[in-house]
Design a protein around this ligand. Sequence first.
Ligand SMILES: *Cc1c(COP(=O)(O)O)cnc(C)c1O
Length: 433
Amino acid sequence: MTGKDKRRGPGFETRAIHAGSRPDAVTGSRNTPIYQTTSYVFEDVEHAADLFNLQTFGFIYSRIANPTVAVLEERIANLEGGRAAVCAATGHAAQFLTFATLLEPGDEFVASNKLYGGSVTQFGISFKRLGWTCHFVDPVDSENFRRALTPKCKAIFLEGLANPGGIVVDMEPVAEIAHEAGIPLIVDNTMASPYLCRPIEWGADLVIHSTTKFLSGHGTSMGGAVVESGRFDWAQNDKFPSLTEPDPAYHGLTFHETFGDFGFTMKARSVALRDFGPAMAPMNAFLTITGIETLPVRMERHVANATAVARFLEGHSAVAWVSYAGLESSPYRALARKYLAKGAGSVFTFGVKGGFEAGVRVVESVNLFSHLTNLGDTRSLIIHPASTTHRQLDEDQQVAAGAGPDTIRLSIGLESADDLIDDLDQALSHEPA
Ligand SMILES: *Cc1c(COP(=O)(O)O)cnc(C)c1O
């Protein structure tokens, strides 16, 4: 084909660098400035009143919105194919803002039990204290979500590519189940990143990120985001009064009616973020914007390295099993082809022969891998979930979450694959002391 296809919008790589940002209007600064400020001068009293009443867009105070953070919000929304986004201090804060916007005390939701350990604790224990009940289900059978729904359920939540690793959830039928029930599907897309998977294309209504991971990409900055697809009709039933009934804090403004396809984002920002306060710092937004510029090239290398390491482990005599959806042997291979055509990410688990003790020995014997709790770094990371991230769960919950006693989780970084393989090889050959 010659010439440019005029109907084609800019590609993902182009948007990863340009979406949401433009040269600074005052200085010409090509890179997005770090607006390290708490507050913004009003033109006059009327301007201030319009801002406070949400009758005009602009900046008041950085707990609610900040120009650097706003660039990141627009970029993430663009890459996910969403309508709008709001950032938060961490991924957990993004989850909290989401449910605080959707749920009333006494409300319920259904979540996959294949989740980041911290999310299991947040949903199962801390949310419970706020009067929100989470029903956990095994996502392997989509119908489990339907079976767990009650009239009080206001959302379904899952991780498409699930933590600790190697599990792919068939999200399309779950989106249908949610929509039949008149509730949104929320997908945590942290592990895949929008480069590998865009849940909105499969029916998700809200997408959550811990930007701490692949989006910032270098292990430097905590952050979270929630992206709104703009397609969910909050007024189709009476389940979401916070969006469809007049808000007393804004002179009776109704968010869904006033802001339409970005009503959720406006409510999450101007009520939940304003009142609970977990705002993202502008410096972290800057580092995350910079990280996203290289997301496509980083994800390609993450996937290539992870595939090489997973293949090596699969052939190792001290390894009992490897769970990486990029391997031909994975039961999730077909789902990975559907949802993760560019690769199954770089976080996966494997089992060591010798159980808990052997798992501890491996994480204590590596040299190049860093033993810590994070993922999506340029560096390769290792953790034994049963003794760390998932230790608050009992053994049944650990196994249900894919983090049994023999399980080791890797987040494969961008080093030379051969060096990673050599390091694991020597760690796996350590004898009991
Ligand atoms: C890390 C993580 C979270 C929590 O994010 P924080 O930024 O650590 O608060 C949520 N979901 C997944 C899948 C994660 O990996």
